[in-house]
Design a protein around this ligand. Structure first.
Ligand code: SF4
Length: 460
């Protein structure tokens, strides 16, 4: 048995180095004990011989590294062992990360999702109180994270409060910023942090600067916030004004995002996609596995907008990979459209379903959910600026046009989107899958292909 002792609960580098050495030595996951503490690691103690034959070096896919960086921060004690098990399995099954049904991959994805939420909560709900010491004002906050996220979040607070002297106290450790250097101290207790009102001006400025309409659930904001965080929130006074200016701010944010990355659409899109992983703008994030963002070329002349991810998309984290997506691919092929030239996305980014026994049955998103999620599709379109936005069904139409449509009346026509782009409405491919009559299905499929072809002709 090998024992690996990591220096801290969030010691990703230590885990990675040990896991790499163990995997190269052919050590089975059930022969490794992972622990955190002071004791020296006996990774290569000679209690049992290591594999003697050299094991060829191997690389792991980038998504695994990204997943591991998050999962290591989770509170679950078994996280190191689970990650090592996945690492070992990846050697024999290089495509395992794409296996949405694999229980281990799913479990680790769930842990990563919990960590991302905790990181977001700390950024959104932590509050500073002002104290005075010999060097002047200092700002102290108390926070109780659910996972080991404090170090991973430190750079965020340094960035936002670079000019202040501050400390964040948590039960596990404390971090201190003196305006130049970040230092760590031991864990604290709630009583170590000052009581009283949070610092209103600091928070109003901060909140206004980070305000993101994507995270705002108008009329439900305070209800949605975990109760332990939202008492004494001075920024709530700002909310009505921020809501009123939300529209202008949204387009401003897009331009700002473009400018911040020197007009680099790929970087803006990457930041947007990352931001969407933590979206809690409507309740659908709670039950779904993950946000399913759009994908495809960022200079696409045509964007196809579907309704929402299905069961398979939810597990895979990719749009249009389930049965309806396959039907769509087939129709694009028959319309002589290169699928690789079309950006595909959904009006709603989380899977809505009803659980019936072990099955998850698709449920239609309601108007509130569609409207809440419009924030993302608008930004995707603003970044890509497609000539044609293909609206696959009524949900996509409501999202992009902002109104209810009758498909039979408006399909197959160019619709002015008011921003220089053209909307083109047709049915959702899942409709074609549901038609029971074979002759009717074949006829509808032919019409669908013809409409795709017509839309493409406008785009290119
Ligand atoms: S469905 Fe859209 S708005 Fe709702 S939580 Fe998911 S990404 Fe956010």
């Amino acid at each position: 048995m090998r024992t690996v002792t990591l220096t801290a609960p969030d010691d990703f580098d230590g885990w990675r180095d040990a896991a790499r050495a163990l995997a190269a030595a052919g050590v089975s996951p059930d022969k490794v004990v992972w622990q955190v503490g002071e004791a020296a690691s006996d990774l290569f103690a000679t209690a049992a011989p290591l594999a003697t034959s050299p094991v060829p070096a191997f690389s792991v896919p980038r998504p695994f590294i990204d997943l591991a960086r998050k999962v290591v921060l989770a509170a679950a004690p078994e996280r190191f062992a689970l990650l090592y098990t996945l690492l070992v399995r990846l050697r024999a099954e290089p495509g395992l990360m794409e296996d949405e049904a694999d229980p281990l991959v799913r479990r680790l994805e769930r842990l990563a999702k919990e960590v991302r939420r905790d990181i977001h909560k700390m950024r959104a709900f932590l509050r500073f109180r002002e104290v005075e010491d010999a060097d002047g004002p200092r700002f102290v906050a108390w926070f109780e994270p659910e996972h080991h996220i404090v170090r991973a979040n430190a750079a965020f607070f340094v960035d936002r409060f670079a000019a202040m002297r501050w400390a964040i106290l948590t039960p596990e450790l404390s971090i201190h910023w003196d305006g130049k250097h970040l230092a760590e101290g031991p864990g604290a207790q709630k009583g170590d942090a000052p009581d009283g009102d949070p610092v209103e001006d600091v928070w109003k400025t901060y909140y206004a600067s980070i305000f993101n309409p994507a995270r705002l659930k108008v009329g439900a904001m305070l209800k949605e916030m975990p109760r332990k965080y939202w008492k004494n929130m001075p920024e709530t006074a700002l909310v009505p004004g921020l809501i009123a200016g939300a529209q202008a701010r949204e387009s401003g944010m897009i331009e700002k995002a473009r400018a911040a990355v020197g007009g680099n659409v790929a970087a803006s899109w990457g930041a947007l996609r990352e931001e969407a992983t933590a979206c809690t703008r409507c309740p659908l994030y709670r039950d779904a596995t993950q946000t399913v963002f759009g994908e495809g070329p960022l200079d696409a002349a045509m964007i196809a907008v579907g309704e929402q991810p299905g069961d398979q998309e939810d597990l895979a984290g990719r749009p249009f990979v389930g049965p309806a997506g396959q039907m769509f691919d087939r129709a694009l092929g028959d319309a002589k459209i290169d699928r690789a030239r079309v950006y595909v996305t959904n009006a709603v980014k989380h899977f809505k379903f009803e659980q019936r026994g072990k099955r998850r049955i698709h449920a239609k998103p309601n108007a509130g959910e569609i409207d809440a999620c419009r924030w993302w599709i608008e930004q995707e379109r603003a970044l890509i600026r497609p000539r044609v936005t293909l609206l696959l069904g009524a949900t996509a139409a409501r999202s992009v046009l902002g109104r209810t449509v009758t498909i039979a009346r408006e399909r197959g026509h160019a619709l002015d989107l008011g921003d220089g782009g053209i909307g083109w409405l047709t049915v959702h491919p899942s409709y074609l899958l549901r038609l029971p009559d074979k002759a009717a299905a074949a006829e509808e499929y032919g019409r669908f292909v013809a409409e795709l072809r017509a839309a493409w002709a406008l785009a290119v």
